[in-house]
Design a protein around this ligand. Structure first.
Ligand code: GLN
Length: 488
């Protein structure tokens, strides 16, 4: 048996039943990473020795929780006391965090084996995983294409069986969009559901950590471990945590599925449209009522997001000045020059663009016109969702307009790149949860590429999203497998 073909829950059953050891599973993943990572570039750092030690411990009977012995990847913006936390930036190339993120502590307390850190767009800013100081990540379905971003490494690793599951972060779609492009499951939890302590901040009012997995049940399993209040994150919620695995197989009764015209326009690729149609058919076949809803402020999502996110980023990234944090230039004439040159050398172009946009939006004279206005529109977007959820239980929509694009396509066109996030950013602006699951395959230039369908729900209704996602997954029948998986 190829152990890497099992999802997290499958591997858990195999280990619990004694059909394989944690050490065998971790070894299989490490061998696979060695063989395939040079082509995919999903990982920046692999903690081979540490992972083997953790696996051995599990085999020796140290089984503290539901992830005992399961090999998991983490995005390179999650701090760990071991290894480096680089955010795929030269700025943090040598950064060794003095503490470990709460989510990683929770994974390890549940017995997980941490395989390594996955590549991403620098500081999580991007939709292609090309803005990565350690080279672009490739899509396992077609290495000419990107995996999406910013958690492209996490999604590519899950899709190419380079981890059993992983954690990413989602500020405007960074879990869901790469999950859609790579044919895996990506869940962005409600804002506050998962502690952000130890997540390197991009835009603090939007960032959330969530699972990137091969199946819906794995997403539920990881959510069980990472959710809940954390005194170290003042924005984390004490809302009670559901058992996301319990009831996962029971289709919810009397479902009302909302379809918003604003998400189903002409701009969608035929395969994306077909995937949504198929999902509608499956859900109505299961007795759901399909309801048309209106989200009138949808079109303002992108400009609003790119003001709020860049404003927060410009403030969050002020600390990387070569003195407090980060790369320090070797050739500074004086202190001001030290700050300027350290930042100029340490940050990549996209991060600089965002810092400039955000600084402009917050500057006196423009603050009211941009930032304050964006906050007002953000409120309207949130109200759209509140009103929609008075009439439906979840919204069904595409995750992206198209399947994965060819690497470099939008490299000189930031606006086109930003427009990629049109179906994902509004969930972050509103704070609501969203999940992307594989919806089917598109045929593009003779290559089969996955497309995603997305479910959006009211605050703290992850359990509902997961149950409906499971219903769809059962019918759509994926485990989608990219061709690369059979190569090793
Ligand atoms: N693609 C979006 C951006 O570039 C979202 C990134 C994210 O969610 N981290 O900002």
């Amino acid at each position: 048996m190829n152990l890497t073909e099992l999802d997290l829950c499958g591997l858990k059953e195999a280990i619990d039943a004694g059909r394989c050891s944690a050490l065998e599973a971790t070894t299989a993943y490490l061998e696979r990473i060695e063989a395939l990572n040079p082509a995919i570039n999903a990982y920046h750092e692999v903690y081979a020795q540490r992972a083997l030690d953790q696996a051995r411990l599990a085999d020796e009977g140290h089984r503290p929780g539901p992830l005992s012995g399961l090999p998991i990847s983490i995005k390179d913006n999650l701090c760990t006391e071991y290894g480096r936390t680089t955010c795929s930036s030269r700025m943090l190339a040598e950064f060794e965090a003095p503490y470990t993120a709460t989510v990683v502590k929770r994974l390890e307390a549940a017995g997980a084996v941490i395989l390594g850190k996955t590549n991403m767009d620098e500081f999580a800013m991007g939709s292609s995983s090309e803005h990565c100081a350690w080279g672009p990540v490739r899509n396992p379905w077609d290495t000419e294409r990107g995996p999406g971003g910013s958690a492209g490494g996490a999604a590519a690793a899950a899709a190419a069986w380079l981890c059993a599951g992983g954690l990413g972060s989602d500020t405007g779609g960074s879990i869901r969009q790469p999950a859609a492009y790579c044919g895996v499951v990506g869940l962005k939890p409600t804002y506050g559901r998962v502690s952000r302590y130890g997540l390197v901040a991009f835009a603090s009012s939007l960032d959330q950590i969530g699972p990137v997995t091969r199946s819906v049940r794995d997403s539920a399993l990881l959510m069980n471990v990472i959710s809940g209040h954390d005194p170290l994150d003042s924005t984390s919620s004490s809302h009670p945590v559901d058992d996301f695995l319990a009831g996962l197989e029971e289709p919810p009764a009397r479902l009302r599925i909302g379809l918003a015209r604003q998400y189903l326009g002409e701009g969608n690729h035929a395969a994306v449209k077909a995937a949504v149609d198929q999902a509608v058919k499956i859900l109505s076949g299961a007795g759901a009522q399909i309801i048309e809803v209106d989200l009138p402020h949808t079109e303002y999502g992108i400009p609003t997001y790119y003001i709020v996110a860049t404003s927060e980023a410009s403030s969050n990234l002020a600390r990387y000045d070569g003195v407090h944090y980060g790369h320090r230039t070797r050739n500074a004439k004086d202190l001001v020059d030290l700050y300027a040159a350290s930042r100029a050398e340490g940050f990549g172009d996209e991060v600089k663009r965002r810092i400039m946009l955000g600084t402009y939006a917050l500057s006196s004279g423009y603050f009211d016109a941009y930032y304050v206005r964006a906050l007002k529109v953000r409120r309207l977007i949130r109200r759209d969702f509140d009103q929609a959820f008075e009439n439906c239980d979840v919204l069904l929509c595409p995750t992206t307009t198209d399947p994965a694009f060819v690497a470099g396509k939008n490299a000189d066109d930031p606006l086109s790149m930003y427009l990629n996030d049109v179906y994902t950013v509004n969930a972050n602006l509103a704070g609501i949860p969203g999940i992307s699951i594989p919806g089917g395959l598109a045929e593009v230039d003779g290559v089969a590429l996955p497309v995603g369908v997305q479910l959006l729900g009211p605050m703290f209704e992850e359990a509902r999203l997961l149950r409906i996602a499971r219903l769809l997954e059962r019918e759509i029948g994926l485990g989608l497998c990219p061709p690369v998986v059979s190569r090793v």
